[in-house]
Design a protein around this ligand. Structure first.
Ligand code: GLN
Length: 216
């Protein structure tokens, strides 16, 4: 008899799914986990350096970048996280996460990893009152894709080697450099957002190339 039931999402098959670390010091890490698990990936909340080992992808979620910076120092994670970010695994950074990766941060200036050649202005679209869901224009995303912006950073400069994948009006809001994908908005808050699916595909491809690749 052929079962037509879908494979259980938390069943044994999940044991072989690629593993994505989600920085869980602060912010909307739980929403990222839910989105990735819905796409069939395993997730691990990352709060210590040891939890960075053995990952096939990494998410820097939205939240408050100043608080994240403080907690990264308190937990001794600044350096180990930087090492992992430079190691070539797929990274999805949203909002505050994107601020952590930017080369230059304004309003006010603050420390960052400087791995993405972009300048970002914190809260560049105004404060909570101006938050909302807006249309995106993109040749990489399906027509009609939207982005939810919450006290979002505004990208005011995109440097060499950084590809713009989506815009809100004239502004770049989704950028990619190598394995790093960064969004001013929150794809994890919208069901089946193509940005999460795109990241999940990158994670699967990366995992398949690892010596410890799970059996398929
Ligand atoms: N305003 C926050 C910051 O500057 C980012 C907001 C968000 O992640 N949704 O850190």
């Amino acid at each position: 008899m052929v079962s037509e039931r879908p494979l259980p999402r938390d069943g044994p098959d999940r044991a072989y799914a690629p593993l994505v670390g989600v920085l869980a010091l602060q912010g909307d890490f739980a929403e990222h986990e839910a989105a990735l698990r819905g796409l069939g990936l395993r997730t691990r909340q990352v709060r210590t350096a040891g939890e960075l080992v053995g990952l096939h992808g990494l998410v820097l979620p939205g939240g408050e970048s100043t608080t994240m910076l403080k907690l990264l120092d308190t937990e001794g994670l600044w350096q180990p996280l930087g090492h992992t970010l430079r190691s070539g695994l797929p990274v999805l950074a949203t909002c505050a996460g994107m601020i952590l990766l930017a080369e230059k941060v304004e309003n006010p200036p603050q420390r960052s990893y400087g791995l993405l050649p972009i300048t970002v202005v914190r809260n560049g679209y105004g404060r909570q009152f101006h938050s909302g869901t807006f249309a995106l224009s993109s040749t990489s995303l399906p027509a009609g894709t939207t982005g939810t912006f919450i006290r979002a950073p505004r990208i005011t400069h995109v440097g060499d080697g950084c590809e713009v994948l989506a815009r809100r009006g004239d502004d770049a809001v989704l950028v990619r450099k190598g394995p790093m994908l960064a969004a001013c908005f929150h794809p994890e808050l919208e069901a089946d957002h193509p940005v999460c699916a795109h990241f999940a595909t990158a994670v699967r491809n990366h995992a398949a190339c690892q010596p410890t690749a799970p059996p398929t």
